[in-house]
Write a protein that binds this ligand. Structure first.
Ligand code: IPE
Ligand code: IPE
Ligand code: MG
Length: 247
């Protein structure tokens, strides 16, 4: 049986955590109930990545398009975000997690923005898992903000127009300092990127599962990694083997 080593595991995993609403509705509960359950799945995914010593985990928490949802749902999502930033950060810090919130944060309340800065400051020197939370994030926004930074360098005379290349743009895209994205997972059964990591996903392995986000447990996560390993290294392995690594 082929052995799974640290080298064969993805260094950077991103997840489009989709299906909270449908999960709740299937039980006759309001959509927000699914978002609350989704927080438990987030906690679990973070622990899972820590055990496997994954370097970066990037979670899509709120897209730039999600403002279009009913006001009450947006409010609940903001409250949950605030709750997590208030209650969970100390524990993350204790576990050596480096937290990064990425997206157009100016649209959030002052209080939330302050919490974001505090959380990032507190955990900035941690050397364990890099946990990136994409909030009011859009892949097109990311490319646009990088373009603005490069344009500023040009207008300051620091870079010549003809010297703009992919490498320079990459340096200004979110998470440039972290390992390249290896695996992009989407739960909830839809087969699309929904304006997530457009630049970073260029060479990522894509993994789609029908499992709804609140049901995405260790077994489901292990299956996705087993699938990634089999694709990368061209040998089959099972979720069982990943679970052995966790033991
Ligand atoms: C994903 O679940 C969570 C967020 C977008 C915040 P959804 O809320 O999109 O759940 P479905 O897709 O409607 O089931
Ligand atoms: C993508 O899910 C965004 C997040 C998971 C935060 P959506 O449910 O918003 O995506 P669409 O609208 O189905 O494309
Ligand atoms: Mg959805």
């Amino acid at each position: 049986m082929n052995e799974i080593t640290q080298q064969t595991l993805p260094k950077h995993i991103a997840i489009i955590m989709d299906g909270n609403g449908r999960w709740a509705q299937a039980q006759g509960k309001p959509r927000v109930f699914g978002h609350k359950k989704g927080v438990d799945a987030v906690r679990n995914a973070v622990t899972f990545c820590q055990k496997l010593e994954i370097q970066s985990l990037t979670l899509f928490a709120f897209s730039s398009e999600n403002w279009q949802r009913p006001e009450q749902e947006v409010t609940t999502l903001m409250e949950l975000f605030m709750f997590v930033l208030t209650k969970e950060v100390k524990k993350l810090h204790k576990n050596n997690v480096k937290l990064r919130i990425m997206g157009e944060l100016s649209r959030f309340s002052d209080k939330l923005q302050k919490r974001v800065i505090e959380a990032e400051c507190l955990t900035k020197d941690n050397t364990g898992l890099c946990l990136n939370i994409a909030a009011n994030y859009g892949g097109r926004w990311d490319i646009t903000q990088a373009t603005q930074k490069v344009a500023a360098l040009v207008s300051e005379g620091k870079v010549k127009n003809e010297d703009i290349n992919e490498e320079l743009i990459s340096k200004h895209i979110m998470m440039a300092e972290q390992p390249a994205l290896d695996l992009l997972i989407r739960t909830g059964g839809d087969l699309r990127i929904s304006n997530f990591l457009l630049w970073q996903a260029a060479y990522a392995e894509l993994y789609f599962t029908d499992t709804l986000w609140p049901d995405f447990n260790d077994e489901a996560f292990a299956d996705s990694i087993a699938c990634y390993v089999s694709r990368e290294r061209r040998f089959g392995c099972t979720g069982e083997q990943i679970k052995q690594l966790l033991a």
